[in-house]
Design a protein around this ligand. Structure first.
Ligand code: PMP
Length: 419
């Protein structure tokens, strides 16, 4: 206290002689102004430097330089007309990427989880039945999230490395007639690709909305939101779209929007209320402030979607397919095997590779990072300790990167005397 008074008195005196603003500050200086604690000061100073890494894990992937450069453009106000125009371009770019004519596309401010929570919070009302396809950790999380929003969750489980058959899903929908069916198109924890064939039609028969996670698959594998009858999609910016994390591509069909409008009560989240966010994005004809859009991240995603449209979806999907084959030709020549048994269940964007008996998977990962500044990941959830995961996504899906991954595998196995 004494020390504070010692400081305050001369401060107040000095400020009193200065401007009006200073005098007001001096009046408020009755709050104790003590000596600043500098203990943490050196913890965050100087110009930031980061190592350069080739990110060939399940994400984030490296971003195109053009996307990173866009983030250095001057900030605009989040309601300024030039920024609103960028938001309109994002909505349109998403329409192309999702293959929809729906008005209801936008970027949720946040990562894939924000998209996930926005979907559940808006489409589910307390007591609604939700059938959750749990093929790995993403289904598990959607189950947890749905319970937090008081849904009645019916969880379907399939062993790690497999997907749900149409018949299994049909039986569950016919029995439960749920409000919502959740499936993950690209299950990055196991490396599976869930087919959506026939499910939109099926969901229409049982009055169910079809929600699909495409965080690891959008831009890497075909998706036709309208044609396939999907009602809600959330995705990620940092995988096959090669942007920075922080903006989640999001889509609602007309049916999903009707369900949202018919809710008995507003969603329990204000932050992710799609009626309010939709208003910011101009879904309902006007523009109201809901939150400050992450301006620089949206610039980046504007560039990311421009790159998608310049390359064309068919070319993008083909490039991912070719790099997946290049990877597996090389891995198989070393005797390595896919974790996902069936060809048709295998995700091409995040590849899961069985760790052979007696091989130290972590040592191989460490060697890749230490020697080549290359990220290869281990398993996650049900695959922990059993697989390596190699992501070949967006900007990174090119021969020289795949060849470096193969080189790191060869080197890693040789060092352990396994090749
Ligand atoms: N779904 C899938 C399939 C994912 O791979 C991820 C991220 N690895 C997420 C959801 C969550 O996304 P985020 O980490 O961007 O919140």
């Amino acid at each position: 206290m004494k020390q504070a008074q010692k400081l305050v008195a001369p401060l107040a005196e000095a400020f009193a002689k200065r401007s009006f603003a200073s005098q007001r500050f001096a009046a408020r200086a009755a709050e104790e102004v003590v000596a600043v604690d500098n203990a943490a000061r050196k913890g965050c100073d100087g110009v930031l430097e980061v190592p350069s890494r080739l990110l060939m894990g399940p994400g984030p992937a490296n971003a195109y330089p053009r996307i990173l450069n866009a983030q250095a453009l001057p900030l605009l106000g989040h309601m300024h007309p030039p920024f609103l125009k960028i938001m309109d371009e994002l909505s349109e770019g998403l329409r192309y990427t999702f293959q929809t004519k729906s008005k209801y596309t936008l970027m949720v401010s946040g990562t894939g989880h924000a998209g996930m929570e926005a979907a559940i919070a808006n489409l589910v009302e307390p007591g609604d039945k939700v059938v959750v396809g749990n093929a790995g950790i993403w289904g598990e999380r959607v189950g947890i999230l749905s319970r937090r929003y008081n849904a009645e969750v019916i969880e379907l489980k399939t062993p790690a490395g497999t997907t749900f058959s149409y018949d299994t899903l049909k039986a569950a929908l016919t029995q439960h007639k749920p409000k919502l069916l959740f499936l993950c198109q690209g299950e990055s924890s196991t490396g599976t690709h869930q087919s959506l064939a026939g499910l939109g039609e099926l969901c229409r028969q049982t009055g169910t909305l079809l929600l699909v996670d495409t965080v690891c698959s959008l831009g890497g594998v075909p998706l036709f939101a309208d044609q396939w009858g999907v009602d809600c999609i959330y995705s990620g910016s940092q995988k096959c779209l090669s942007g920075p994390p922080g903006a989640a591509p999001f889509f609602l069909s007309e049916r999903a929007m009707e369900a949202l409008q018919k809710r008995k009560s507003p969603p329990a989240t204000y932050n992710l209320d799609m009626n309010l966010i939709g208003d910011y994005w101009g879904w309902f004809g006007k523009r109201s402030y809901h939150h400050t859009g992450p301006v620089s991240t949206f610039y980046a995603m504007r560039e990311a979607l421009a790159i998608v449209s310049e390359e064309g979806l068919e070319n993008l999907w083909k490039r991912h397919q070719e790099m997946h084959h290049r990877l597996w030709d090389g891995l198989r020549s070393m005797g390595l095997k896919p974790f996902v048994e069936k060809d048709e269940d295998r995700l091409i964007t995040v590849n899961t590779i069985k760790v052979p008996e007696g091989v130290d998977w972590a040592a191989l990962v460490k060697n890749a990072m230490d020697t080549y500044s290359l990220e290869i990941a281990g398993g996650l959830g049900p695959t922990a300790g059993k697989v390596w995961r190699v992501g070949i996504m967006g900007f990174n899906a090119k021969p020289q990167n795949v060849d470096l991954v193969l080189h790191a595998f060869r080197d890693g196995l040789k060092r352990q005397g396994k090749l």
